[in-house]
Design a protein around this ligand. Structure first.
Ligand code: ZN
Length: 129
């Protein structure tokens, strides 16, 4: 099981990661888009437009990935608070310590994670309005 030292270092890692993700998401959402759309009028080259759109999409994807990870990290911190940290949220079995050390935000044991990913709907289909 998890000893106090391990829990402390995992808590510290999760808190640091949370701060990092907040900063990353904040910096990516700076109004860069507003500045690029200001010169849209003089963009006639379709390739240029396409590459701009691609860049924006990639940025969105990164923000999306960071937001997802932030949600995982916050959920893990919540489980640390209520004492359920280190227990698989699906089957209730203890999560392998090596897995937790490698991925402190892991909510499921390896087996349940594999099942979960197999039936998960791709994010691109769920996040678009
Ligand atoms: Zn499980």
């Amino acid at each position: 099981m998890l000893d106090k030292n391990t829990l402390d270092s995992l808590t510290a890692w999760l808190l640091a990661r949370q701060t990092e993700l907040f900063a990353e998401i904040g910096s990516r959402q700076n109004p860069v888009d507003a500045m690029t759309s200001a010169d849209m009028g003089e963009v006639n080259d379709l390739e240029d437009q396409a590459s701009k759109r691609e860049r924006t999409t990639m940025q969105d994807a990164e923000v999306q990935r960071d937001s997802n990870e932030l949600a995982d990290v916050r959920a893990a911190l919540g489980r640390l608070n209520d004492g359920s940290f280190g227990t698989c949220i699906d089957c209730g079995q203890p999560i392998d310590l090596q897995r937790l050390v490698a991925m402190p935000a892991a909510a499921r044991c390896m087996i349940c994670q594999t099942h979960f990913e197999a039936r998960a709907i791709p994010p691109s289909l769920t996040t678009r309005p």
